[in-house]
Structure formats: structure tokens, C-alpha cells
Design a protein around this ligand. Structure first.
Ligand code: ACO
Length: 332
């Protein structure tokens, strides 16, 4: 058992995105859409896009560097790196490339995939290693380059997504600041939102055929995902708050996965959380999947909107379908 106990504190955050952006006016030259339609239906005005040479692991490492610096530790102090992503550079996993970029020689590293819920699922996963006393310093990154898998001729999806990375450092701490969480999955609704593998037959010897294919662009039933989010996200937040013994009135910040401004507004309204407590950067980033929560969190921390001790409730939701919520106090 370590000296610091098995409490958990989130002590640093960081984020990164390409400087290249695509605004709604530029999008309306590619597909039949308009700035007015996109802004009024989603709140998105532009999104950051990684160019063809860009790597997910480098972007993730940039976000991680900032988080590690804020936490006041060195990469060699890290015991564990968890990378939540659905768009790795390498299907065998990209967390180890991040470890190499950082020079985090002591850390074990692995990927987890839970789409837009990846950050919240990662938070719950990371916390288990600290709770058991096994590790003291854990780096959690949410990073996605969904532009790699968007069908740029499908106006119902291409207007929504952007690329980015966000990271936090979790540390063993005397007092426990990760107050509660709840996670859910419903695979029966998997077809609502997919980035699916499409096999093609490849006969390797006579009579033996295996698959050689690739992943097909993102498909989504927008209305179904919208209905799911507006119903299930308030429920899972209430569950996490109940487990944390925190009331909605005590919440300082609602930090939702940045999918759509209308979803953010509807969830806040159902929970009776006033608008000024709801963080949003949708206008500038769009939906960056697993990265969206740590990016918007990092922005608010660096702007000193979020202060040490503030109570944050966060919720991720998306493909799987998956959804989850966590309640924590910022800082040590
Ligand atoms: N520009 C102009 N018109 C469009 C566009 C567009 N980009 N996209 C769709 N339309 C049209 C449709 O074709 C339809 O036209 P029709 O009435 O002639 O058939 C009309 O607009 C309405 O389409 P709907 O799909 O009903 O539009 P809706 O109001 O539901 O908004 C949206 C669509 C924004 C996708 C909404 O359903 C939504 O936000 N859903 C949730 C999506 C989401 O959050 N996904 C990500 C979560 S999971 C993850 O992050 C991986």
C-alpha cells in the first residue's frame, strides 16, 4: 500500500488540436448545407481537422505533456497511461506510441475503446488501479481523429465531427476527490451509430476464405441518438450523483460530451442545472468524440473558471451504445 492512500485527485489537464479549421461556410461548398442550418441544429461553427500527415499519438502526447506539467510531475513518474480512442494510428493500440513520445519509461500503456464515452469509461478504469493501491500516477487521454472516418459527402454526419485530444492526470491522494460514477452499455442499439468493419472475401488456399476488408465511414441515425442522449444522460448523471451523495444544487459545473448544443441544453434543463454552469466549446470544436470532455475541461481550468474544490459532474455518451457519468472535485 502506498503512503498517499487510495483516494484519487485529478491534478492536471491539457489539450491539443490542429490549427487547421473548417468552418460551416467552407462545408457548405462541399455538401448541400448552410451555416444557418448547422448552427441552429447543433451550435457548431467550425471544427479543427488533422491533416493527412498528422498522427493521433503525437497529438495525444502534446495534450499529455501539458497535463503532466500542470500536475507537477515528470513523464518518468507515470505508472500507467490509458488512451481512450476509436481512431488509433495502429489497431494494435496507440498508447504505447504515446508512452514512447513522452519518454514515460516506467509506465504501462494501453488503449480503451468506448467511442464518445471513452473518457468517462477511462476515468472509471484508471481509478481502479489507484483504489487498489497498485499505481499512484495515471495519465488518461481522450483523443480522436474522426475526420479519418467521416464520409465527406454525407451532410447528416460530416457537419458534426472534429479532431482533438485532451488529457488529465489522476494521482493517489490523502482525500478522495473522485466521488462517484455510473457506466452503462446497450449493444442492442449498436446500429444507431457505427464505424463498422466491412469484410471482403479473400481465398488464401482453395476452399479457405478469410476476410480482408476495411472500416466503412461513420453511419448514424441522428434522431435516435438524440432521443437516447436526452433520456439516458440525465438518468446516469442522477445515478452517479446519488452514489456520490451530491445534489444537483451542489454541482458547480456540468461537463457533457460536446455532441450537440441542443443535447447540452436539454440535459441541463432536465436536471435543473442553470445554463451558466454548463461548459460548451461546441462552436469552436464540434464533436471530438473521446477528446471532447477533457478539452472543454482543460479550457475552463486554464481560464480559471474551474477552481480547486469545484464539484464537476461529467457525462459521456455515444456509440456502442455506451453512456456514463462521473462526479469529482477538481484539484488536490
Ligand atoms: N444541412 C442541411 N440539411 C440537413 C443536414 C445538413 N447538414 N443534415 C440533415 N439535413 C436535413 C435532412 O435531410 C432532413 O431533411 P428532410 O426533412 O427534407 O428529410 C432535415 O434536415 C431534418 O433532418 P433531421 O435528421 O431530422 O435533423 P435533426 O433536427 O434531427 O438534426 C442532428 C440532425 C443534428 C444530427 C440531430 O439529430 C442530432 O444532433 N442528433 C444527435 C447526434 C449526435 O449527437 N451524435 C453524436 C453522439 S455520439 C458520438 O459522439 C460518436
Amino acid at each position: 500500500m502506498n503512503q498517499l492512500g487510495t483516494g484519487i485527485a485529478i491534478t492536471g489537464s491539457g489539450s491539443a488540436a490542429s490549427e487547421v479549421t473548417l468552418d460551416n461556410h467552407q462545408l457548405s461548398q462541399i455538401v448541400d448545407t448552410s451555416d444557418e442550418w448547422i448552427t441552429s441544429r447543433t451550435g457548431i461553427q467550425k471544427r479543427h481537422l488533422m491533416d493527412a500527415q498528422g498522427s493521433l499519438s503525437e497529438m495525444a502526447a502534446t495534450a499529455a505533456h501539458s497535463a503532466i506539467a500542470m500536475a507537477g510531475i515528470a513523464p518518468e513518474d507515470l505508472d500507467l497511461i490509458i488512451l481512450a480512442t476509436s481512431t488509433p494510428d495502429d489497431l494494435f493500440g496507440s498508447a504505447n506510441q504515446v508512452q514512447a513520445h513522452l519518454g514515460a519509461s516506467k509506465a504501462v500503456a494501453f488503449d480503451i475503446t468506448a467511442a464518445c464515452s471513452g473518457f468517462v469509461f477511462g476515468l472509471a478504469t484508471a481509478s481502479q488501479f489507484i483504489r487498489t493501491g497498485l499505481y499512484q500516477n495515471v495519465l488518461l487521454i481522450g483523443a480522436d481523429i474522426l475526420s479519418r472516418w467521416v464520409d465527406w459527402s454525407d451532410r447528416s454526419t460530416c457537419v458534426l465531427f472534429g479532431d482533438g485530444a485532451g488529457a488529465v492526470v489522476l494521482q493517489a491522494n490523502q482525500s478522495d476527490r473522485l466521488l462517484g460514477f455510473a457506466l452503462c452499455s446497450d449493444g442492442t442499439q449498436n446500429s444507431c451509430l457505427q464505424l463498422a468493419y466491412e469484410p471482403q472475401d479473400q481465398e488464401i488456399v482453395k476452399g479457405l476464405t478469410v476476410a480482408k476488408g476495411t472500416y466503412q465511414p461513420i453511419t448514424m441515425s441522428g434522431k435516435e441518438v438524440y432521443r437516447f442522449a436526452v433520456q439516458k444522460v440525465p438518468e446516469v448523471i442522477e445515478k452517479a450523483l446519488f452514489r456520490a451523495d451530491i445534489t444537483t444544487e451542489q454541482v458547480d459545473w456540468l461537463v457533457l460530451h460536446q455532441a450537440n448544443q441542443r443535447i447540452l441544453d436539454a440535459v441541463a434543463q432536465r436536471l435543473n442545472i442553470p445554463k451558466h454552469k454548463v461548459l460548451s466549446n461546441l462552436a469552436q470544436y464540434g464533436n471530438t468524440s473521446a477528446a471532447s470532455i477533457p478539452i472543454v475541461l482543460d479550457e475552463a481550468v486554464r481560464l480559471e473558471k474551474i477552481k480547486s474544490g469545484d464539484i464537476i459532474v461529467t457525462s459521456g455518451f455515444g456509440a456502442g451504445l455506451t453512456w456514463g457519468a462521473a462526479v469529482f472535485k477538481w484539484g488536490r
